[in-house]
Design a binder for this molecule. Structure first.
Ligand code: NAI
Ligand code: MG
Length: 379
């Protein structure tokens, strides 16, 4: 067991003693569109088993917010949607997006309002190369890094517009917004996280080309780094950083990046780990004033939706991040252990991993691995 400060050795048994049996976590479940809705059921089955084993309870409230709903009603979610989930302990999302609905509608109609209203200013994307799952690179052994992406400001802003539409002098302007508070808090989070890991932060910048916001980002990183003397750090221009991520991925621990840079780097890093189908993400409100949201990195995958062959591991790993956030590190670690066991055995794999298994078969394999390790821990 890891992720728990390393003191406890007999995780599963210990958890039952520590945890008050009555704790119930209310989870808002938004399956969404396409394979998003297909990967959620195995996740809920697995979470129930973990809850029973861990001596806590989970209450799932389902919300049909999706592009399907948009096509039927004209809105991704009801007008009071955010109020309905503001009191939940966490949000579990499949994926949203569907052909026929512009992606900016599904993004700005659901995901971005949730991230902003609930101050989920950290987008956490752990990337590991797991045994038995070779990535596309010749040398990716030992990759274990986390991309900490700024999640509510930066380049993804609504400020801007288009003028002279349809004329030869038509133009578009889009303003990036970087605030001292916004950059400081995400950088502090990254340094705090690195302190619990291998104690190194790489800051993604581009202060040679982007001459206002990126020097400002660099300045704040340097200021905040001084407050975390036990953690080493360096800055890298985004272009060079992308190249190094391919050439020497195992050399990174925590990477902190703006909204746009972090978005791109985390997809790149997920590909290095083997498949976008296994990559997890957490949208975190570190102060816990609002619920945090956990979702696989992948989208709704319309090309394979409806076939029952989507890889559920990204959603399962995201559920593990959720358990960690809820204060159930033993359950979180048990789930990741089960995922690793199934990947290392290699017998049950969905087509994206080179196999022929269905979503449910891979989900069940994880559940079986969980039950098997549970039995071992109980002895
Ligand atoms: P995508 O992630 O849905 O698909 C990219 C490729 O990865 C496809 O070939 C797909 O088959 C494969 N793939 C994705 N998830 C998989 C899984 N679980 N198992 C096996 N293979 C998997 O990205 P794409 O095609 O760019 O976007 C499709 C839709 O999803 C769009 O509407 C987009 O806006 C939306 N989207 C939503 C996200 C979210 O809800 N957070 C994130 C990314 C995209
Ligand atoms: Mg992305």
């Amino acid at each position: 067991m890891n992720g728990d400060g390393g003191e406890r050795v007999d995780g599963a048994a210990d958890e039952r003693v520590d945890a008050p049996r009555t704790t119930t976590y209310r989870i808002a479940v938004i399956p969404g569109d396409g394979v998003g809705a297909e990967v959620i059921p195995p996740v809920l089955r697995t979470l129930q088993v973990l809850a029973e084993r861990g001596g806590f309870a989970l209450r799932f409230d389902h919300f049909d917010w999706s592009c399907r709903r948009y096509l039927e009603t004209g809105a991704m979610m009801p007008a009071d949607g955010l109020d309905r989930i503001a009191g939940h302990d966490a949000i579990l999302l499949g994926a949203v997006g569907w052909p026929g609905v512009p992606d900016h509608v599904s993004l700005w109609g659901l995901l971005i309002p949730i991230r902003r209203r609930f101050r989920q200013y950290v987008n956490l994307r752990p990337i590991r190369v797991l045994p038995g799952l070779p990535g596309p690179l010749r040398d990716s052994a030992g990759v274990d890094l986390v991309v900490v992406r700024e999640n509510v400001e930066g380049e993804y802003s609504e400020i801007g517009g288009r003028l002279n539409r349809g004329f030869a002098d038509e133009f578009a302007v889009q303003e990036a917004v970087f605030t001292r508070a916004g950059v400081s808090r995400v950088v502090d989070y990254a340094f705090g996280l690195a302190a619990t890991r291998r104690r190194h932060v790489t800051s993604a910048t581009k202060s040679n080309g982007i001459v206002h916001t990126m020097p400002f980002w660099d300045e704040i990183v340097e200021e905040r780094a001084a407050r975390h003397p036990a953690v080493g750090w360096r800055r890298e221009h985004i272009d060079a950083l992308a190249a190094k991520l391919v050439l020497r991925p195992a050399s990174f621990d925590v990477i902190v990046a703006s909204n746009l840079f972090g978005d791109i780097l985390s997809d790149l890093a997920a590909a290095i780990a083997g498949s976008i189908g296994i990559a997890p993400a957490g949208n975190i409100n570190p102060e816990r004033d609002f619920p945090s949201m956990f979702e696989p990195v992948h989208g709704s995958a319309p090309d394979i939706a409806g076939k029952g062959i989507a890889n559920p591991l990204g959603a399962l790993w995201s559920a593990s991040l959720m358990l960690g956030h809820l204060g159930r590190p033993e359950s979180a670690a048990a789930l990741v252990d089960a995922i690793e066991t199934v990947l290392a055995e290699g017998a049950v794999r969905t087509p994206d991993l080179g196999g022929t298994a269905t979503t449910d078969e891979l989900g069940d394999a994880v559940l079986n691995a969980l039950t098997a390790t549970g039995r071992r821990a109980d002895r």
